[in-house]
Design a binder for this molecule. Sequence first.
Ligand code: ADP
Length: 165
Amino acid sequence: MKTALYPGSFDPVTLGHLDIIQRASQMFDTVIVAVMCNSAKTPLFTLDERVKMLKESVKDLDNVIIESFDGLLINYCKEKNIHIVIRGLRAITDFEYELQIAQTNKELSHNQVDTVFLTTNLKYSYLSSSVVKEIASYNGDITPCVSDFVADALYKKYGYEERNK
Ligand code: ADP
């Protein structure tokens, strides 16, 4: 049984993330999506809200499990006996940062944890949670970027009753 871990802040989950999850779910027996609670960034959504949005998003994918974790990724991998971490790559800027993290995790885990990179689906290559939050904060149209219930949650967070159409 091959299990892979897809960690991230998912603040909130976008269609770019979901594309990675969906593709990973076809490559591995089980994919654990782990929401980080120790992110250096201050999240817009609580851990509980982020987990709930992800659970709703993947309800039709039988081999995807949503969890959360705190602390070092490699400790979480050890605890769960996971040796593969998945990360998404959008641009060269992602690569520099991701390569450093991947090598750090490999080193810290004594070669027990490897990172598999999935390149972005081109139609989502511009998409990040930060961009989506910025558009939503001005009541812009985020319907091409996130699921409807995530869009509703975002507009609510920014005090808009309805999405801009
Ligand atoms: P972080 O974990 O750095 O806070 P996110 O939670 O936003 O970042 O993203 C988790 C992972 O998903 C990262 O590997 C990121 O590169 C990837 N990702 C985010 N948006 C996209 C996208 N549009 N296409 C492909 N991968 C993405």
